[in-house]
Ligand binder design. Sequence first.
Ligand code: MD3
Ligand code: FE
Length: 224
Amino acid sequence: MAAETPPLSTPDLFRSLPDTPDLLPLAAGAAVLPGFVDEASAATCLVALRGVLNDAPLRHMVTPGGHRMTVAMSNCGPWGWTSSKTGYRYSRTDPESGRPWPAIPPVLRDIAERAAARVGFDTFHPDACLINRYRPGAKLSPHQDRDERALDQPIVSLSLGLPATFQFGGPARRTRLQRTVLESGDVVVWGGPSRLAYHGVLPLAEGRHPLTGACRINLSFRQV
Ligand code: MD3
Ligand code: FE
């Protein structure tokens, strides 16, 4: 006797959705692309980054309040973000060397533009890339990124190496912070209402990663 065909249940309607979604909405206008960059491509990114950091070495900048940042930073692209006792600014030259920042390596630019387009930002062309290096204990206190004029464009971030717990809230400091772990190869696109969200990174935990050793690198691509 033939079994009766059961009525179509809700899970059946969704069976065509992938088990591992390649895009996770995080907040309004923000999405994580888990593992957007595979390990081989991440290794290529780090080779390109080595050239950049040879020309513009990582350094611990000082905040306007006089504190040395625990995250070491550098930049590539026409513009670079800097902090000093006199404030935050984008500058065309590296204040340490007086020379223009190194160019954004094409492999990195390509990743940032493809990720932005995947989330619907198809006119994103970064002219700044901030390089953050976290060693165990390094952190970034909650802040907004509002030194850019193109607030209609997203910020695209690529994480490489050790995982970090990222925190983000809303456009006002009082909004409760949510946490998410960002792993090597994860890309996050922050646009729309989330562009002015408060965000930070908790102190990096000890560990070792095959690509980076005892550190995490975050690249954030911006249209200044
Ligand atoms: C969310 N860096 O350099 S990148 C920063 O992991 C910074 O190093 C963090 O915050 C890091 O300013 C996070 C992801 C990021 C960048 C900008 C954002 C997230 C953002 C702007 C608005 C909301
Ligand atoms: Fe930030």
